[in-house]
Each structure stands twice: as C-alpha cells, then as structure tokens.
Design a protein around this ligand. Structure first.
Ligand SMILES: [Zn+2]
Length: 241
C-alpha cells in the first residue's frame, strides 16, 4: 500500500461508470491496471493523461488489491499519431504485440524503451513503415530472450558464408548447413549485416541505418516469421481494422 511514482505509457483505456476510466499503464516495472476516477469529467486533470499512447509521469495509489491514479504529468502525447489514421494503425498494431508480451511486476525497462523509440519513429520520422516494424519485431524477439546467433553458423560453428537465417534454430547458418535446414531462409550479405546491427546496436540507434527495397523484403520476412515463430502467434496488420 502507498503511493507509487512512475513513468509509463497508456497502452489501453476503457470507460467505467459514468465518469471514470480503467487504464493499463506500461511502466519500466511491468504493466499496471489502474482506475482513473473522474477522468472523463470535462475539467478533469486526468483527462489528457489517461488517453491511449500518452506517456507521462504518474502518481498512483496502491490499495490492497487495486490501483488508482492520483495525478499525471504528461511528457509526450505522440500528437502526429493521433491525427493520422495510418500512423494510428501501426501504433495500435505494435501496442497489441507489446500488450501480449508484457505482464505485471516484471522488468520491462528495455521493452518500454524499444516501444517508445518505435512510436517516436512512427510519429516523427518519415522512414519506411515496413522498415520500422521489421526492426521493432526483431529487436523485441531479442529482448524476450530469443537473441539469435549472428556470429557463426548455428550447426558447424564456422564464421564464413553465413547466408541463411534459421527460424527454428535461432540464428545464422552457412551455405552448406542452411541448405538442409527447412526453416532456414537465404539472405543477402546486406540483410545479414542489417540483422547483426539490429541485434547488437545501442537501443537509441537501432533505426539509424538504411536498406535497399530488395533487402528490406528479406528483413521483413525474417523478422515477421521469427517473432511469430517465437511467440507462437501470427500478428497481421489487416486483422486490426
Ligand atoms: Zn555451417
């Protein structure tokens, strides 16, 4: 019991009673399901801070079995996402995945950081959306414990001709071993370098590179199938709307 002060972002909201809301906040320490009393009253100070995708600093009262929001200071509302239906669609899509892979009381610092960086890319930058989603998915798989082997062949351990990515065995394979792995996808040298970059780079720089359209198609396929395979679920953009 007591007051918790935490940064977080609203990943879902629903109405409750006449003027209240229930929100789910993703914090660096997991998700919190929290009531926001009076948040739908016209002059409520909680109104803006309890909207979907609002990132802020929250004061939350923790009772015996429930949480309720005392106040919030807004840090970022991702305005460009709110006014653009396509951007909103992509943001909703990644939020659905984030909601599925997070829980209460867990260290979600790095996942939250990736999520915020991806929302920022969708909101502020003009990067190709397939690129942004592909980087997000592959890096998320790493953060969830499925860091692929990217330095040597998963089977024979040699570090040359690593031009296959094995979905089932989590990582690169050489030309010889890749050929006989049914879950392995052949990749170009540039796609290989891009995958290595996404896995290893500093969190703040993961989107700081470019790819040709052709290589992006390969990356898109691998990041999509890899995350689906690891989460045992298929995430389709079309299913949302
Ligand atoms: Zn090999």
């Amino acid at each position: 019991m007591g007051i918790i002060k935490t940064k977080g972002i609203i990943i879902s909201e629903s109405n409750m009673n006449d003027f209240d809301k229930m929100v789910t906040i993703l914090t660096p320490n997991g998700k919190i399901g929290c009531a926001a009393k009076g948040a739908r009253r016209p002059k409520s100070l909680l109104m803006a801070g309890t909207q979907f995708l609002c990132f802020g600093e929250y004061l939350i009262y923790q009772g015996n079995s429930s949480y309720s929001m005392n106040s919030c200071d807004i840090i970022e509302i991702f305005y460009n996402i709110r006014i653009d239906l396509d951007k909103l669609k992509y943001a909703t899509y990644i939020t659905k995945i984030i909601n599925d892979v997070t829980d209460e009381n867990q260290n979600t610092y790095k996942i939250l950081q990736l999520y915020l960086n991806t929302l920022y890319m969708i909101s502020e930058e003009e990067k190709n959306i397939d690129f942004v989603l592909s980087v997000f998915k592959l890096r998320l798989a790493c953060l969830l414990g499925f860091m692929p082997e990217i330095k040597k062949c998963k089977t024979c351990k040699l570090d040359e001709n690593l031009n296959y990515f094995s979905l089932k065995e989590n990582g690169f394979k050489c030309l010889n071993c890749g050929k006989i792995d049914k879950s392995a996808i052949q990749i170009s040298e540039s796609t290989k370098i891009a995958i290595q970059y996404i896995v290893l780079s500093d969190a703040k720089k993961i989107f700081s590179f470019n790819m040709s359209k052709e290589n992006l198609k390969e990356l898109e396929l691998i990041s999509k199938l890899y995350l689906n395979n690891k989460l045992e679920k298929e995430y389709k953009l079309e299913d949302l709307f």
